[in-house]
Design a protein around this ligand. Structure first.
Ligand code: ATP
Length: 239
C-alpha cells in the first residue's frame, strides 16, 4: 500500500522547469530517502506533497486523499529546511502553539511536548527564548514540532543538518522505532550518505528527474559501486 503516490507531477518557475513530469510511489511504513545535488528540486517536490505549493500538472495522493486536503494537515508532520519558529517565544511556547493548533487536549499537549522535547534533547532548554537558540537547536525544535501531533507521515527536509553525531544517531534510532513500532511513513531528503544507507528505499533526483531508484543495496549493486556518490557519478558519466 502506498502512503504517497505522485503521478506526472511537473513544476516550473518562470521559464525554468524545476520538476519534469515525474512519477513516484512511497510505500507505507517505510523510510524513503530523496537524494540529489543542491537545486535538483527536492524541496520543491516536498512542498508539493505537503500541499504548500501547487504543481503545474499532475496529481499527488497522500493516504488516499488528493492533495491539497485539509484533513491531511494533521496526518503530515513537516520539517522544512528553513526553520519557521517564533523567535520571541520560548521553545516550550513554540511547541504549545503548534500543539494547540492541532487541537490536542491539555493532557495530550503535555505528553506530546514532553516526548518531542526529549527526542531532540531540548528538555532542559525549553524555557529559553528561541532567539537565543543556536542553529542546531532551532533545527531540533523544528523536528520536535513536526512530531507534535503524532502524524502518520513525517516529511523531513534535511533534518539532521548541524547536529552532532551522537544526537544524529539517536534521532535515526527514533525514526526507525517510529517506523517499526508505530508504523509511520517517513520521507526524508539528505545529502548525507550514511543516512541514505539507513533508508528502505531511495530515489535520486537530478534536474527535476528521477535518475535512479531502489533499495540502497540494489542501487549499489546495479552500478557496481560502494557509495551513493559513485552511483550518481556513474549515472552522469563522471566515473
Ligand atoms: N519560489 C521559487 N521561485 C523561483 N525559483 C525557485 C523557487 N523555489 C525554488 N526555485 C528554484 O528551483 C530549483 C530547485 O530548488 P529546490 O529548493 O527544490 O532544490 P533542492 O534540491 O531542495 O536544493 P537543496 O538541496 O540545495 O536544498 C532551484 O534552481 C531554485 O532556485
Amino acid at each position: 500500500m502506498n502512503a504517497i503516490t505522485i503521478e506526472e507531477i511537473a513544476k516550473g518557475f518562470k521559464h525554468k522547469k524545476v520538476i519534469q513530469p515525474l512519477n513516484l510511489n512511497i510505500a507505507e511504513r517505510k523510510i524513503f530517502g530523496l537524494l540529489g545535488p543542491s537545486g535538483c528540486g527536492k524541496t520543491t517536490l516536498i512542498k508539493m506533497i505537503v500541499g504548500m505549493m501547487k504543481p503545474d500538472t499532475g496529481k499527488i495522493t497522500v493516504l488516499d486523499c488528493e492533495v491539497p486536503n485539509e484533513a491531511l494537515l494533521s496526518e503530515i508532520g513537516y520539517m522544512a529546511q528553513s526553520d519557521a519558529l517564533y523567535t520571541e517565544l520560548t521553545g516550550a511556547e513554540n511547541l504549545e502553539f503548534f500543539a494547540k493548533l492541532y487541537r490536542l487536549s491539555k493532557k495530550e499537549q503535555r505528553e506530546r511536548i514532553q516526548y518531542a522535547a526529549e527526542i531532540v534533547q531540548l528538555t532542559n532548554d525549553l524555557s529559553i527564548r528561541v532567539a537565543y537558540y543556536s542553529g542546531g537547536m532551532k533545527r531540533r525544535l523544528s523536528l520536535a514540532i513536526a512530531l507534535i501531533q503524532n502524524p502518520k507521515i513525517l516529511i523531513l527536509d534535511e533534518p539532521t543538518v548541524g547536529m552532532d553525531p551522537v544526537l544524529k544517531q539517536s534521532i535515526w534510532k527514533e525514526l526507525e522505532r517510529l517506523k517499526n513500532d508505530e508504523h509511520k511513513t517517513i520521507l526524508i531528503t539528505t545529502h548525507v550518505m550514511d543516512e541514505a544507507e539507513r533508508c528502505d528505499n531511495l530515489a535520486m533526483l537530478r534536474e527535476g528527474k528521477i535518475i535512479a531508484s531502489g533499495t540502497p543495496a540494489a542501487l549499489k549493486t546495479q552500478y557496481g559501486v560502494q557509495t551513493f556518490d559513485e552511483v550518481f557519478l556513474k549515472i552522469v558519466g563522471e566515473l
